[in-house]
Design a protein around this ligand. Structure first.
Ligand SMILES: NC(=O)c1ccc[n+]([C@@H]2O[C@H](COP(=O)([O-])OP(=O)(O)OC[C@H]3O[C@@H](n4cnc5c(N)ncnc54)[C@H](O)[C@@H]3O)[C@@H](O)[C@H]2O)c1
Length: 281
């Protein structure tokens, strides 16, 4: 018992690994960064908002792990490349890349009450949200995978959404982009395993609904306040009857990053209180 217990501990251990996390200044992936730090993971916190990334990096350091905050625009290859150089200079390795940056924008949302239908949306608004979610996942993968190919091992975690399979009303660009993220996750998983190393794995999480700033326009006006008809619909469609808490993403992410998931690539893990398993009836 003693020996197998030790082995299992190793299988879930992330001690000493280096994780690059985009969107680490945000609510969900700031929490993920702080959580992974508690397991001894060194964190490169990347975000468009440097101040927020710095807050995350500070908290990581306080928990006793090394960290680095880098300003990055995940839509700009040069910016991502500069971040890559800074990360490699500081840590020398990239064991884990978590593509957390993403989100929605009011310019890409239809709104029946205000007479904004699909045909009224601006192509720029659609392009902004589409690019942020899909290109913002592809570009950091393209840049940071270079180190993983050199190491012949690494883990990429993408962030899809429940809207990838069954689109949510109003969110045309976001739903389509998250569907593309899921498709890209599978594509890259197969490509890297076959052309580089089976020890480079790519998986995704599919969060359900977590009240944060990015969806405040859709479900609430204030994060954490759950009263709107859309908010009621979401809770009605979630068998567990509540929103998720950011820390509830951690168990799945730790598993997918750890050696215990060594035969898992191209998979999607729903963390959604059952939303994706329920027809609503
Ligand atoms: N909140 C939810 O219910 C939910 C559900 C499913 C999926 N997600 C996904 O989870 C991820 C994080 O969402 P969140 O709710 O924590 O939102 P958030 O707005 O708190 O975090 C997103 C972070 O990404 C950063 N960012 C935005 N554009 C960027 C860019 N061009 N370059 C670099 N960083 C950029 C923002 O500054 C922010 O810190 C997103 O991909 C989102 O689509 C969220």
């Amino acid at each position: 018992m003693g020996r197998s217990e030790l082995k299992l501990r190793e299988m879930f251990s992330l001690e000493g690994k280096t994780a690059v996390i985009t969107g680490a200044g945000g609510i969900l992936f700031g929490t993920v960064a702080r959580g992974l730090a508690q397991l001894g993971v060194k964190i490169a916190a990347l975000d468009l908002r440097l101040e927020e990334a710095e807050k995350t990096a500070r908290d990581v350091k306080e928990s006793g792990t090394d960290s680095l905050a880098v300003a990055v625009d995940v839509l700009n290859q040069e910016s991502v490349r500069n971040a890559y150089k800074a990360v490699v200079k500081k840590f020398g390795r990239v064991d884990i890349l978590i593509n957390g940056a993403g989100g929605n924008h009011p310019r890409a949302l239809t709104n029946k009450e205000e007479g904004v239908y699909f045909h009224n949306l601006s192509p720029e608004g659609i392009k902004f949200v589409f690019d942020l979610n899909i290109l913002g996942t592809v570009l950091p993968s393209l840049v940071f995978v270079e180190k993983m190919i050199e190491q012949k091992e690494g883990v990429i975690i993408n962030t899809s959404s429940m809207s990838a399979d069954t689109p949510l009303s109003r969110t045309v660009a976001y739903s389509a982009a998250k569907a593309a993220v899921s498709n890209f996750t599978k594509w890259l998983a197969a490509d890297l395993a076959m052309n580089h190393s089976p020890l480079i794995r790519v998986n995704e999480i599919r969060p359900g609904f977590f009240p944060t700033l990015q969806n405040a326009d859709l479900i609430n006006k204030t994060p954490g306040v759950l009263k709107s008809s859309r908010g009621q619909d979401i809770l009605g469609g979630t068998p567990m009857g509540r929103y998720g808490k950011p820390e509830e993403l951690l168990g799945g992410i730790v598993y997918l990053c750890s050696p215990s998931a060594s035969f898992t690539t191209g998979s999607s893990l729903a963390i959604d209180g059952g939303f994706g398993s329920f027809s609503g009836v």
